[in-house]
Design a protein around this ligand. Structure first.
Ligand code: 7PM
Length: 261
């Protein structure tokens, strides 16, 4: 899954068109590099980030989804927590709803059910505003697993098909570096839930402990992605598609002892 974040906008329309074209170019590049899904997001969930209005978020993501659907036929996911954005994206033929708030915002669960689309439910402890202020757990894995069990049960109850649910432990969302590293190392503990797992660790701050400069986080991010897949992840959400695809191809060649070559 390639990440396509639409950054905040200036007031000038020139800027908006430029950003739109740039985003389109990025998406096409990621598809050429081997991405299977493009994840389009218009809200920054960075710790302490400003909330984005529904109107602004729709304005950022919907035209892009529409254009991508028309131009590429690639699978598109929409990274949103807002019911209106989910509905708008579903009307445009989006393929997956990716929600860092796990459909807990007012109206989101209903919108997801009505869409009939697969959903990714992510674990977050706290809110983006304060989630990185000393996150603590009595037991990291059992807390996340219990959260998943409750959300899966609520989603199925509401009408989402069990086979349409993907789970994500939420790397960096209310977790210390040690928590994040434990999540990759013991990701297989989530396999008992029998759902596909999605992991997003690309360029995040834990990677930053290994490589300070954001521009130098490529190799560390790729190693994390490979280890996540080795430990059971079905989808990795990444910025650097070509390099991740290459690394995963090598890892698969080894584990299949070259059968696919
Ligand atoms: C600023 C800071 C912008 C952080 C974007 C981010 C995940 C996600 C994000 C994830 C799933 C990023 C994050 N992270 N969706 N959306 N899992 N399912 O680093 O880990 O891309 S936003």
């Amino acid at each position: 899954m390639g990440i396509l974040n639409i950054t905040p906008d200036s007031f000038s329309d020139g800027g908006r068109f430029l950003r739109f074209d740039n985003a389109l170019f990025q998406a096409e590049k990621m598809l050429e590099e081997g991405a299977d899904i493009i994840d389009v997001g218009g809200e920054s969930t960075r710790p302490g980030a400003q909330l984005v209005s529904t109107e602004e978020e729709m304005y950022r993501v919907l035209p892009l989804i529409e254009k991508l659907k028309a131009k590429t036929g690639a699978a598109i996911s929409v990274d949103t927590s807002k019911a209106e954005v989910m509905r708008g994206a579903a009307d445009l033929g989006v393929d997956l709803i990716n929600d860092v708030r796990a459909l807990q915002v007012e109206g989101a669960l209903k919108a997801a059910v009505d869409s009939g689309l697969p959903v990714c439910l992510m674990h977050m402890k706290g809110k983006p505003k304060n989630m990185q202020e000393n996150p603590s757990y009595e037991d990291l894995f059992s807390e996340i697993i219990n959260f998943f069990k409750e959300r899966v049960s609520d989603c199925i109850q509401a009408g989402i098909a069990p086979e349409n649910i993907i789970l994500d432990p939420g790397f960096g969302f209310g977790k210390t570096a040690q928590h994040n590293l434990a999540l990759i190392n013991r990701l297989s503990e989530f396999e008992a839930l029998n759902k596909p797992l999605l992991v997003g660790l690309s360029r995040k701050s834990t990677i930053g402990l290994i490589e300070k400069n954001t521009t130098d986080r490529l190799i560390a991010s790729v190693v994390g992605a490979v280890m996540a897949v080795q430990n059971g992840a079905s989808i990795v959400r990444v910025h650097d598609v070509a390099q991740t695809v290459s690394a995963l191809a090598m890892a698969r060649a080894v584990t299949t002892e070259g059968k696919g070559l």
